[in-house]
Design a protein around this ligand. Structure first.
Ligand SMILES: CC(C)(COP(=O)(O)OP(=O)(O)OC[C@H]1O[C@@H](n2cnc3c(N)ncnc32)[C@H](O)[C@@H]1OP(=O)(O)O)[C@@H](O)C(=O)NCCC(=O)NCCS
Length: 209
């Protein structure tokens, strides 16, 4: 079943998760793209990426939209023509879209041990409260990474640094939520973070408080 899960977070916010088990040819046949996105698709080298891109359009269909309702700004942030907010992610065989009345961000990441080698690049603050030797260090780091990607998708501003401006607050995996503070350009904003794991993937979504 390609539509893997719907999270009815609130009447105003829903998350759709797709497990991409259709072959590329099937998706290609089922999805109609506008001219701009047709060109983008044809420029994608990896079939996995193309399937991810098309599966997002399948999610749009589930919600009564099509590719013709979607535009991208100069930074690559997607917008729906009716003014509803959305945020998009795709990772290997999963894709997910969050729809909301407010500005939101989503990210999905495959859990990989190699994230531990990169911890100093994006989790300087979080390493003050994370335990490097804990069994769940990699899983927590994956959440932290996802939060920062999701914040980037919400704010869409040049100059935001994962280490210098985004601070994920301590959490335990079983809590499935935390807060994150963005301190950028003399503005301090707090966001609610929600996360869950599925089949060695981590889904994170972030909403302004
Ligand atoms: C844009 C970015 C957030 C995308 O994240 P990703 O994990 O590579 O890929 P995902 O599949 O999760 O997300 C891709 C989607 O994000 C959306 N997106 C791209 N740029 C965006 C932006 N500026 N704002 C909001 N959303 C954006 C798009 O919808 C895109 O999918 P689509 O083009 O197929 O529709 C990421 O590439 C990036 O630039 N991150 C910030 C870089 C950074 O500071 N890194 C620090 C390293 S230490």
């Amino acid at each position: 079943m390609p539509l893997y899960k719907i999270i009815n977070f609130s009447p105003k916010t829903q998350i759709y998760i797709w497990k991409i088990d259709e072959p590329y040819a099937q998706l290609r046949e089922e999805v109609q793209l506008n001219d701009r996105n047709e060109i983008r698709l044809n420029g994608m080298k990896s079939e996995l990426h193309r399937r991810g891109f098309l599966s997002v359009r399948k999610i749009l269909h589930e919600n009564g939209y099509s590719d013709f309702d979607l535009t991208y700004d100069a930074f690559g942030k997607p917008h729906l023509k009716d003014g509803k907010h959305l945020s998009i992610t795709h990772s290997h065989e999963f894709s997910a879209v969050i729809f909301s009345d407010q500005n939101i961000g989503i990210d999905m990441e495959k859990q990989r041990d190699k994230i531990k080698i990169l911890d100093y690049k994006f989790a300087e603050f979080e390493m003050t409260w994370l335990d490097k030797n804990a069994a769940d260090y990699m899983r927590k780091l994956t959440v932290v990474w996802g939060v920062k990607e999701a914040i980037f998708k919400i704010r869409n501003e040049v100059g935001i640094s994962f280490n210098d401006h985004i601070f994920v607050q301590p959490f335990e995996m079983q809590h499935l939520q935390t807060d994150v503070i963005l301190n950028f350009n003399e503005t301090r904003m707090t966001f609610s973070v929600y996360f869950e794991e599925m089949e060695n993937f981590t889904l994170v979504y972030v909403l302004e408080k």
